[in-house]
Write a protein that binds this ligand. Structure first.
Ligand code: ZN
Ligand code: ZN
Length: 407
């Protein structure tokens, strides 16, 4: 039994509270006590095997990413399987280094990647993969070459972008395939998307097809989450029993209220748009900027209606960095505390793991982030070079550096 004591200049607990000069006790990877340092007696301190004094630094729950794509590296037919694996694991290690202790991968990596992390072969956050996107023929994740039908690269266990399926039976079978390969939930596409060239206002899959996915997920004790931009596509998903939505960039008040009424969650994804705008040609940048504006408005509509608002970056490509910039962007809209709560306890609730992680409280796993700065007064600290002082996974200090990590 290892007993560890952390002294925190400031504690942000993940559910909206703070404590200055806090003492957090951890035994065998689980938080056993949270209280003011001043109430620790010298005997209390001596009972611990290890004491970390973080001075004036801030301790918060390990961050949770609700929408990653660590295996979507972009056009890559020229890449070897070895390079694809190296790039995927680089994304995985970097997320942990930046303070993310749990990542829901919203499509693209196969279960073998999560297994490499959970068995300790590769350092990384706990991964919860959706596995391949389920997409209708010609839908958002049907990335086959239009005329010749060649698919994106699939490497069993490592990356598989999509299963293109039609009809309830095929959808059900695809969901089973995804679970068989290690998915912890199923991802479906119910509208078009930015990366697939539009159709954001169109609905994809029939209600019957979506119901088959929902039914299959429930049979596995989990849920379906849906790529959905428009209000119509969200309502389409709700009609089929889907309760978790991604992006939601074109909502209206009625749909936001319906989402709240049925207990649906929304994970807005600002960072991917923010990064695309920065590099797009002027005309595309203008379209993306407009979409960013409506995503912001939709997020506020959803918040005001009482929808559960999670946090996801939707980062794509090789060399994924500064994932927490999503929280910085959300801080500007929702305020820093709401943005942090969204990326910790709310995301834990959406992912179905709130009994274990997402807050600094007795009985929770000691997944913790130590920051040299205060993200409540200065959210930019979340992505400032050198500001991550330490990351703990179940009470164990995560490695800081590894081979092949050059930017
Ligand atoms: Zn999407
Ligand atoms: Zn995505």
């Amino acid at each position: 039994m290892t007993r560890m004591l952390l002294r925190c200049g400031q504690l942000i607990d993940g559910v909206g509270r703070t404590m200055s000069d806090a003492a957090v006790s951890v035994e065998n990877g689980v938080i056993t006590r949270v209280r003011p340092w001043t109430s620790e007696s010298s005997e209390d301190v001596a009972r611990h095997d290890v004491v970390h004094d973080f001075g004036d630094r801030t301790v918060l729950p390990g961050l949770i990413e609700a929408h990653g794509h660590m295996g979507l590296l972009g056009a890559g037919l020229e890449r070897s399987a070895a390079e694809i694996a190296a790039q995927v694991f680089r994304n995985v290690r970097q997320a942990l280094r930046e303070g993310f202790t749990t990542v829901r991968d919203a499509g693209g990596i196969d279960g073998g990647v999560a297994a490499c992390v959970s068995t300790g072969l590769v350092p990384g956050p706990k991964l919860m993969p959706s596995g391949p996107f389920l997409s209708q023929t010609g839908g958002h994740a049907d990335q086959r070459d239009r005329w010749h039908g060649h698919g994106p690269v699939t490497i069993p266990g490592l990356v598989r972008v999509a299963l293109v399926v039609d009809g309830p039976d095929e959808v059900r079978r695809a969901a089973r395939e995804a679970f068989r390969a290690g998915a912890t939930q199923v991802k479906v596409c119910v509208s078009g998307g930015v990366s697939s060239g539009g159709g954001l206002d169109r609905c994809q899959f029939s209600v019957a097809e979506l119901r088959a996915a929902v039914d299959e997920a429930e049979g596995h004790g989990t849920y379906v989450h849906a790529h959905a931009h428009s209000a119509a596509s969200v309502r389409h998903g709700i009609a089929a029993g889907v309760r978790h939505f991604e992006h939601g960039s074109l909502l209206d008040r009625e749909t936001a209220e319906l989402m709240a009424e049925v207990g649906a969650s929304l994970v807005p994804t600002l960072l991917v748009l923010h990064r695309m705008i920065a590099t797009a040609p002027p005309e595309t940048a203008a379209t993306l900027t407009a979409l960013m504006g409506s995503m912001r408005e939709s997020m506020l509509l959803a918040r005001d209606a009482g929808v559960v608002l999670g946090s996801g970056s939707d980062l794509l490509g090789i060399g994924q960095r500064d994932r927490a910039e999503e929280i910085v962007l959300k801080s500007e809209i929702l305020g820093p505390m709401a943005a942090l709560v969204s990326a910790t306890s709310v995301n834990a609730t959406i992912l179905g793991i709130a009994d274990r992680v997402g807050s600094v409280a007795e009985g929770k796993v000691a997944d913790l982030l130590v920051l040299d700065g205060d993200p409540l007064t200065d959210p930019g600290v979340l992505i400032r070079p050198g500001a991550v002082s330490a990351v703990f996974q179940a009470g164990v200090l995560a490695p800081r550096e590894g081979a092949g990590d050059a930017a």
